[in-house]
Design a protein around this ligand. Structure first.
Ligand code: DX5
Ligand code: ZN
Length: 221
């Protein structure tokens, strides 16, 4: 399983230390939530912050753009160190072109869908996507409650990917914790964004270890 801690709910007065902690931890990717106050009701951080924290770690930066017109900022995100760039289906009328643009920048391309968006809208584009990000909360804030209705979507998406022989990864974002990760694994998820469950713990590095060593009883077949 791929663990992608999100720094959104971390203490930003300690940002450098948090990144160093993640760098030394068993985390696989570092998930960066970029919000514009337009597509989502919150504003987070942008390129100058990514550029500075890039120096502190070699872990891949998994950039989640919750912004309108993401195509305007792809190259800039890549230039400050994004390894994968995920855009929202709901704001990309020319999704194929946007994905090509991400690939041309040299980054992996992800597409995120909101809780109410069916996975089937991605049928004709799956072939060129590296990551499908299933939002399991309404995007905008960390620390929200997991929406359980998204679980059947993970299962359906896994079946779609298997039918296409696609190697795209399924990433789940929002409200993920030790209490629900197993069911997500069983339904076919590969990568997990975890914010609050890690950063609200007094020992975040220990928490990361717990996530990385979840016993796997059954996996999706
Ligand atoms: C929500 C963000 C998530 C979120 C994850 O809009 O995309 O990455 O911060 O944090 P938790 O695990 O707290 O839901
Ligand atoms: Zn996110």
């Amino acid at each position: 399983m791929i663990l992608a801690p999100s720094i959104l709910n971390s203490d930003f007065t300690q940002l450098g230390k948090s990144i160093e902690m993640l760098d030394a931890s068993e985390a696989d990717w570092i998930h960066l939530d970029i919000m514009d106050g337009c597509f989502v009701p919150n504003i987070s951080f942008g390129m100058p912050v990514i550029k500075d924290i890039r120096r502190l770690t070699t872990k891949p930066f998994d950039v989640h753009l919750m912004i309108v017109q993401p195509e305007k900022h792809i190259q800039a995100m890549r230039d400050v160190g994004a390894d994968s760039i995920t855009v929202h289906y709901e704001v990309c009328p020319h999704l194929h072109r946007t994905i090509e643009q991400i690939h041309q920048s040299g980054a992996k391309a992800g597409v995120a869908i909101n809780p109410h968006t069916p996975v089937e809208v991605l049928t004709d584009i799956l072939e060129i996507i590296d990551i499908v990000l299933i939002m399991s909360v309404n995007p905008g804030f960390g620390g929200q409650k997991f929406i359980y209705q998204t679980i059947p979507k993970i299962k359906r998406l896994k079946q779609m990917l298997m039918a296409e022989n696609s190697g795209a990864q399924i990433e789940v974002d929002g409200g993920v914790g030790l209490q629900n990760i197993e069911v997500l694994l069983q339904n076919g998820a590969d990568a997990f964004v975890v914010g609050n469950a890690i950063f609200s713990d007094p020992q975040p590095a220990e928490m990361i270890k717990k996530f990385k060593h979840i016993p796997r009883n059954q996996s999706f077949v």
